[in-house]
Design a protein around this ligand. Structure first.
Ligand SMILES: [Zn+2]
Length: 260
């Protein structure tokens, strides 16, 4: 199963250096932290073991679902209402899908959007909410991020891991490889299900095939033309158009932006 990266329209790199955020613009970029980065999964912190992966992003960044699933809970995630007063009030949405239960933490759920409620079935790419500021004090580190956790099936409440927890004895799993893999492969995106204003297609392979509904291709073609990106178009089925991108584009990686 392949995930869609949960922060659309960001340039994504991988980092083990906890200060490398200083070298990127968090308005348009983020990093997947790996050990010994303090935002990596399972990192032993002073007061707890890190239950997820911190994807730094400016406050208000949209968050989308990594895969199809069912919303199994929407809960306060940090803050005084749940006795974690050293953090600001944030929320989490838990979505159970093929790979388990993904917890999108430290966000503001988009209650205005259709289908953001417990029990709702959602598609990959569904707009879930926005990154919220979580840290009270600015200590020179990012103060807002998507904190993403992964659990085995059946979990509906996030777990707080103590300092010496043995992660393998809990329902927590490591989402890091899913996030890294989401950068490498093309995905089938049903544009009609994307409520967020943008989606990403990251091209790392010589050729990538993306199917879009035929009636939606104009903005995509305009976007490609604006950037001098070469592509061929074919129509494998009546309802879809397939774009073939070739590697002679200068950029090794580019992102496709689609505005609904
Ligand atoms: Zn975190």
């Amino acid at each position: 199963m392949t995930w869609i990266f949960p922060l659309p329209n960001k340039n994504v790199t991988i980092s083990s250096d906890l200060m490398s955020f200083k070298n990127i613009d968090l308005n348009i970029s983020t990093e997947i932290p790996i050990h010994p980065h303090c935002g990596s999964f399972g990192f032993r912190r002073k007061h707890h073991t890190h239950e997820g992966v911190d994807l730094y992003a400016i406050e208000g960044s949209p968050v989308i679902a990594v895969e199809d699933g069912t919303i199994v809970n929407i809960v306060p995630f940090t803050g005084s209402s749940i006795n974690l007063p050293w953090w600001l009030d944030t929320f989490a949405i838990l979505v159970e899908g093929k790979s388990g239960v993904v917890c999108y933490g430290e966000i503001y759920p988009d209650y205005e959007a259709n289908g953001i409620k417990i029990g709702a079935n959602i598609k990959a790419g569904k707009h879930l909410g926005y990154v919220m500021r979580v840290l009270r004090e600015d200590k020179g580190r990012p103060v807002s991020m998507l904190h993403l956790e992964l659990y085995s099936h059946g979990i509906t409440e996030p777990i707080n891991l103590p300092v010496n927890a043995i992660i393998g004895e809990t329902a927590l799993r490591d989402p890091t490889q899913y996030l890294i893999d989401s950068l490498k492969y093309d995905v089938d995106v049903d544009i009609d299900d994307v409520v967020a204003s943008v989606i990403n297609v990251v091209v790392l392979k010589p050729e990538i095939k993306v199917d879009y509904y035929a009636q939606k291709i104009d903005p995509i073609e305009n976007w490609l033309a604006d950037r001098d990106i070469n592509y061929k178009k074919s129509r494998p089925r009546i309802q879809t158009v397939r774009f073939h991108f070739s590697n002679n584009n200068d950029a090794e990686t580019f992102r496709m932006k689609w505005v609904k």
